[in-house]
Ligand binder design. Structure first.
Ligand SMILES: NC(=O)c1ccc[n+]([C@@H]2O[C@H](COP(=O)([O-])OP(=O)(O)OC[C@H]3O[C@@H](n4cnc5c(N)ncnc54)[C@H](O)[C@@H]3O)[C@@H](O)[C@H]2O)c1
Length: 315
């Protein structure tokens, strides 16, 4: 196997690792590789042509997407052209934020697409953005990113990128075919503490890494209060249909950078994922909701403190 192909396959495998938590066997990833071998145009070192003013659109401006809209609108060289959300009030909230930031000079014509599941499709065709930020519930990420790239825009996706192996390969294949970037916005890689530690690693202060452990420790049971709309209204179900680490890249991303994995010769060699029994949400639901409530009807399978232990392969 050529070195570039190996890197591509192993980077994809790392990306796919999160899917183990969704009960998907990693060996499935071998099949699409045959397809890739015949069609691949490696995107890892690709730089798209410069765009002077980047026309930006957003799909999903709830808790997370509204923060992206605020930040992106403030960056020089952007023009917010459209916002799509199921809920008009949320779309309008981000619309007003962007307008304020634009101060009457930028973001003057922001189209709103809201009210049903598929309005974003019309948005892509009518507004023709250069870049689309996708911050919806997880099952929507892949189809939205794929359509974005097919419609000529770069896609920026919230964590996790997708929830099935097939969707991940479709994203890779579409990106390679359309020559559009598709970035998962793994913000933890760029946190202040994480960058400080990365700097210390690169300066040789830490020494040689041989083994690493990374966990996703985040108290999120409060989200279950969002019963009708908002994060808890869709995310709670993921804790009942999967086991393992649903957010592997928050822990894995920074540690992989410290070890310089998937960037040169060294790569992931083995992973093990551990977690506790799935008791937290069950007890929370029992304490806070009556026995007939929908949160008490779920069979929570996802444990707490999902820890990934992995060893790098040093080439
Ligand atoms: N990287 C991080 O640190 C971080 C932090 C928080 C959330 N997130 C991620 O951000 C994403 C969004 O999470 P959230 O907490 O903002 O959820 P949320 O429920 O608050 O927001 C999702 C929004 O998407 C909209 N939406 C859903 N389907 C749509 C469709 N078909 N068309 C248009 N809009 C649609 C919903 O109406 C909602 O407003 C998730 O992937 C989550 O995991 C990442």
């Amino acid at each position: 196997m050529k070195r570039k192909d190996f890197l591509k396959l192993s980077s994809a495998s790392a990306m796919l690792f999160g899917l183990k938590s969704h009960g998907i066997n990693l060996s499935d990833s071998e099949k699409p590789y045959d397809y890739l071998k015949n069609n691949s145009q490696y995107m890892g070192d690709f730089a798209a042509p410069k765009i002077n003013v980047v026309k930006v659109a957003f799909i999903g401006v709830g808790a997370r997407g509204s923060a992206h809209a605020k930040q992106i609108a403030a960056i020089e060289g952007t023009e917010v052209v459209a916002i799509s959300d199921l809920y008009k009030d949320l779309a309008m909230k981000s619309y007003n934020l962007c307008k304020d930031i634009g101060g009457g000079n930028r973001h003057k014509n922001i189209a709103i697409y809201s009210g049903d599941e598929n309005k974003w499709r019309a948005m892509l065709k009518e507004v023709k953005p250069d870049a689309v930020f996708i911050s919806t519930n997880w099952d929507n990420h892949a189809p939205m990113a794929i359509e974005t790239m097919k419609n000529g825009a770069h896609a920026f996706l919230e964590v996790p990128m997708a929830t099935t192996i097939e969707d991940l390969w479709d994203i890779v294949n579409t990106s390679e075919k359309t020559r559009k970037h598709c970035m998962m916005m793994e913000n933890v890689n760029y946190g202040r503490d994480e960058l400080m530690y990365l700097n210390m690693c690169r300066k040789g202060i830490i020494g040689d890494f041989l083994h690493a452990e990374a966990a996703y420790i985040h108290e999120l049971r409060f989200q279950m209060k969002e019963e009708k709309r908002g994060t808890g209204s869709w995310r709670t179900y993921h804790y009942a249909k999967s086991r393992g680490n649903l957010y592997p890249t928050h822990g894995l991303g920074p540690v992989a950078q410290y070890m310089n994995l998937s960037r040169g010769d060294d790569n992931f060699n083995s992973f093990v994922s551990y977690s506790t029994l799935a008791l937290g949400r069950k007890i929370y639901a029992e304490k806070n909701y009556d026995s007939e409530h929908k949160w008490n009807k779920l069979n929570y399978t996802n444990g707490k403190v999902p820890l990934i232990s992995f060893a790098p392969k040093i080439c």
